[in-house]
Write a protein that binds this ligand. Sequence first.
Ligand code: BEZ
Length: 252
Amino acid sequence: MTQQQKWDPQRYARNAGFVATLGMPVVELLAPQPGERILDLGCGDGVLTQKLTAMGCDVVGVDASADQIEAARERGLDAHVVDCHNLEFDKEFDAVFSNAALHWMKRPAEVIAGVRRALKPQGRFVGEFGGAGNIHQVQRALSAALTRREIDMETLWPWYFPTPEEYQAELQAAGFGVQSIELIPRPTPLPGALTDWLETFAESFLPPIPTEEHANFFQEIQDDAQASLCDEQGQWTVDYVRLRFAAIQESA
Ligand code: BEZ
């Protein structure tokens, strides 16, 4: 059982503002049309939800984090706290869009079934998230730091990084036709150090570690990853691999 990751919207904006900026190619793949009703799955603080709204779409954002939804509502968005494994919408959206969120949802069949129910017939499901091989170097350093403490990483691992073949099979099993699906290596420069990234995204690994050791734990991971992820100017770049897909709801 993994601990729920907590989201602090200000910390997220500071350390992960690039997430929405780099999500624009997924918006282009969605090709939203004015007047379309769109569900933004895992909308976070609503930066991309707001972009879709500005394009003339009628957008609903959902996210499991109450803090992020509050930040999205402060932008004037129609946003709701929802566990995306339990979507209750019924044939009301032209498209479901998701950027950098599906890797936090570890039961894909439940998520995809809810997306299918939420879509009108022929509705589109377009998204991007972490795919197989994502953050490999971070994972390696994390695993080493946990192993030194005799902690099993598997039970704390909060992410789902499938291969295209695995995710395509999930989509097809739920009645989607897959139009495109690909892995895209996207090394991503960070605005700060790896420890900032870990503080923002890797809380799930902290419960077995005494509070006074948390800073050392993240520093140890950063030191281990330095040779592979930090250049001579001190610029950190995380080894992201995106899984980008477009699918159509095909069955009745
Ligand atoms: C990602 O966008 O791939 C990601 C972000 C935070 C933690 C893990 C993966």
